[in-house]
Design a protein around this ligand. Structure first.
Ligand code: GDP
Length: 305
């Protein structure tokens, strides 16, 4: 299956929940005639459906308002909904910043799939012809570092680690030096997911950023926040904490395959104004795919998939 097909496929649980009702709404709207303004019942049903897919209150309000405003243009309801949602993703779309080498910080709460994502990302980028190096900067969890080494071996990439309790910023310095010496690019840094206080976490991430910036101009170029799609809307609160602290400029949405709350991708783009770079679609090393808004929207709202 194509990489993009896998994104569509991972949405099957979300789609199962909404597809029947969506087709009913479309049928009702079409029965009334496409050139008529959409009626209140249809709008309410659509609103309920979007909320139930975890698309969020604000994004849902935007979508239904657009449907209402444009419903007498003759464009079908399906196309109106799809276009509006694509627009939400396009509004925050921007090329991922790069450097020489590109330094990518991966942040997020423990359990979201952060370690797994770093391994999968290394594999994906290696397949694209890059030579990633992984940096294990989560020095609080020895088990996480070991886990990361297993993933690095699976991906066939190197990993720089320090002993438990070492200063994470020092490990980042070592990894960047080693990456520069060996010509590795990108450098993927796995960071701690939890410290005693938010201030500690902020200080640690700050220090890592400063060390990286000193070694490579513009680093860290990407700060990817890993969010667990199964958490749905609640993940947004968590995300706001991190975006404020860490200079997040992209999202990785994991476990899309395991949830009926896959609509949360729309809420993330709409509310956080951040692009979703990758989606986790399973537990294997090849189960990370670039996020493609068109495929995502088709995957949720086209009948044939
Ligand atoms: P961390 O604590 O954030 O580093 O999380 P881990 O990388 O250890 O992952 C936590 C659990 O989530 C593991 O059981 C992973 O296999 C699982 N996981 C991670 N990403 C995905 C995904 O995209 N889909 C599914 N189904 N499971 C995932």
């Amino acid at each position: 299956m194509s990489i993009l097909g896998r994104l569509r496929d991972s949405l099957s649980r979300t789609k199962q929940q909404i597809v029947g009702r969506f087709e009913d709404i479309i049928r009702q709207a079409d029965d009334r005639g496409r050139s008529h303004p959409v009626d209140v019942d249809t709008l309410e049903a659509l609103e309920e459906l979007l909320i139930s897919a975890d698309i969020g209150v604000d994004a849902t309000a935007r979508i239904t308002a657009a449907v209402k405003a444009r419903s007498s243009t003759g464009e079908g309801l399906r196309d109106l909904v799809k276009r509006e949602i694509r627009g939400i993703f396009e509004a925050v779309d921007q090329p991922a910043p790069t450097g020489r080498p590109t330094v990518t910080l991966v942040v997020g709460v423990n359990g979201t799939g952060k370690t797994t994502t770093v391994g999968k990302l290394a594999k994906l980028l290696k397949r694209e012809g890059q030579t990633p190096l992984i940096c294990a900067a989560d020095t609080f969890r020895a088990a996480a570092v070991e886990q990361l080494e297993i993933w690095a071996a699976r991906a066939g990439v190197g990993v720089v680690r320090a002993r438990e309790g070492a200063d994470p910023a020092a490990v980042v310095y070592d990894a960047i030096s080693s990456g520069l010496a060996k010509g590795c690019d990108p450098i993927l840094i796995d960071t701690a997911g939890r410290l005693h206080t938010r201030v500690n976490l902020m200080n640690e991430l700050d220090k890592i950023r400063r060390v990286a910036a000193r070694e490579v101009p513009g680093a860290p170029h990407q700060v990817l926040l890993v969010l667990d799609a199964t958490v749905g809307q609640n993940g947004l609160t968590q995300a706001r904490e991190f975006t404020g602290v860490a200079g997040v400029n992209g999202i990785v949405l994991t476990k899309l395959d395991g949830t009926a709350k896959g609509g949360v991708a729309v809420a993330i783009a709409h509310d956080l104004k951040l692009p979703i770079r990758y989606a986790g679609v399973g537990e294997g090393i090849d189960d990370l795919v670039p996020f493609d808004a068109r495929e995502y929207v088709d995957g949720l709202f086209e009948q044939k998939w």
